[in-house]
Write a protein that binds this ligand. Sequence first.
Ligand SMILES: [Zn+2]
Length: 117
Amino acid sequence: MHKAKILAIHCIDLRFQEMIDKDLQQRSSYGKFDRISIPGASMDFENAQKYALISLQLHNPDEVLIYEHEDCGAYGKENSKDVHKSNAQKLADALMQEKPSLQVHTLIATFNGIQRL
Ligand SMILES: [Zn+2]
């Protein structure tokens, strides 16, 4: 089995790709992480969970990074940090239930950089 160090989950939004990529590069490198990109990231709980479980089964990552981002079009008007936080936490909890040793970090990409949620 080829093992991943990290699973990264983030939105499709072009504005935050470079920032997220740089953050991933600081934590790891290409060839060490799986990546799931879906509109709204953890807002789409069912798909995010479904794809993340495939990564867990196939590549057994030790760490999951959930990148929310501000001004997300998929969220529409309900775009507060609290909503991002509760969605990211829900996904984090579901994945930790699947693999209790998993380290999950919930993050938000802002126009001023990446912050913890
Ligand atoms: Zn988005």
